[in-house]
Ligand binder design. Structure first.
Ligand code: F2R
Ligand code: MG
Ligand code: MG
Ligand code: MG
Length: 344
């Protein structure tokens, strides 16, 4: 397993967040304005002011540090890190609901660190994409697919008690896991994801949460089937992607979109200049969809970085992104941890 892929995953996630954040919540993003912004990075004085990362990276950083310092997994440590990070630096564009989890954890009134998340949204739990946007460290720390599923779920449940929230984290973690293996066809990549998610979504809570939200059973599997249909079709419009896959803050309306964007951008796409590489194309493609651009770009950037490796991240993108040196260092440390856990 190449260290380039581990650093690529963390750096891909970082540049996706930093570049995507500039356009977050805009309904329509013109190709002209994204391309002019990207070209302008060459002239920015990154030493004076880098592009700031948002909650996506702030939480991903806490998770990576916890995985490295408290192996194999320590949910209390992770809850503490999320909370401390939020109160030290609250203006990173956090979701409106999730801050109540941090307030409750900080209050000291909860001995079970999972309880505040269960109380969100009148006991239904959050289905936001916050558990997925930060999960990249999990597949970089654990080589075994069952561990990836287990720890993506537990790390998600600290803030997202709805299975729609933590299953999104599982799906994104699996996508990074399979991307790390490199050289998979689109068909086998999607085939692995679908087969794992069929098992994940068969559990009682996943079924009842999905039905309770009137989504029908196996919502992620259904979206993955739509991803396959769109890839088979070829040139699907932004409007159809947004209408059918989504570009919003719920995990179901963003994780499959990130996976689709990565797979589609393995080949050139209209609106993105041919001289840009696949990872650059992926990040720009996600931004062009509008909506939750930082989060869709960070998730797709993580997958693309794991697949293509850090060489596809232009120096100027990297240097313009706040905290890029940490991503480089932690990528190497996670690569060592992952290798130490490979079966003999
Ligand atoms: N919050 C944002 N962007 C808004 C604008 C930010 C702006 N730049 C600024 O600084 O002001 N981005 C970040 O939030 C998303 C991740 O959110 P997370 O962590 O999942 O939070 P939360 O609050 O749990 O869920 C997000 C929203 O989803 C809706 N929702 C979730 N579960 C629900 C339920 N059971 N019932 C009804 N609604 C539910 C709510 O509207 C939540 O607020 C990322 O985009 C990140 O970048
Ligand atoms: Mg954000
Ligand atoms: Mg504030
Ligand atoms: Mg976002």
């Amino acid at each position: 397993m190449l260290v380039l892929r581990f650093r690529g995953a963390l750096l891909g996630a970082l540049v996706g967040d930093c570049l995507g954040a500039v356009f977050e919540s805009r309904e329509a993003v013109a190709a002209r304005s994204v391309l002019s912004f990207v070209r302008g990075l060459e002239k920015r004085d990154w030493r004076k002011s880098a592009l700031m990362y948002t909650d996506d990276t702030a939480m991903a950083r806490s998770l990576v540090q916890s995985l490295l310092e408290k192996p194999p997994f320590d949910e209390k440590d992770l809850a503490q890190r999320f909370t401390t990070e939020y109160f030290n630096d609250p203006d990173r564009g956090y979701g409106l609901g999730v801050v109540h989890v941090f307030e409750k954890l900080q209050s000291g009134e909860y001995c079970n660190v999972f309880t505040p998340a269960k109380e969100q949204f009148n006991g239904k739990g959050s289905y936001g994409n916050g558990a997925a946007m930060r999960v990249v460290g999990v597949p970089l720390a654990f080589p075994c697919v069952q561990d990836v599923i287990k720890y993506a779920k537990i790390s998600g449940e600290l803030t997202h008690a709805s299975s729609l929230g933590y299953n999104g984290a599982i799906l994104l973690a699996l996508a990074v896991h399979y991307a790390l293996q490199g050289n998979l066809s689109r068909e086998s990549f999607l085939g692995h994801l679908l087969s794992n998610m069929q098992e994940v979504e068969a559990d009682e809570k996943s079924r009842s949460d999905a039905v309770g939200l009137e989504l029908g059973e196996f919502p992620y599997c259904n979206k993955l089937k739509k991803v396959k249909e769109f890839l088979d079709k070829g040139n699907v419009s932004c409007k159809d992607i947004i209408d059918e896959l989504g570009n919003g803050v719920s995990a179901l309306d963003s994780v499959p979109t990130a996976i689709y964007s990565f797979l589609r951008c393995l080949d050139p796409v209209d609106d993105v200049p041919k001289e840009l590489n696949s990872l650059q194309r992926t990040v720009i493609f996600c931004i062009l969809l509008g909506g939750d651009t930082d989060t869709i770009a960070t998730m797709a950037g993580a997958i693309a970085g794991a697949y293509h490796g850090e060489d596809q991240i232009p120096e100027i993108w990297r240097k313009n992104s706040e905290g890029y040196k940490d991503a480089e260092n932690w990528g190497k440390q996670l690569w060592e941890l992952y290798n130490s856990r490979l079966p003999e």
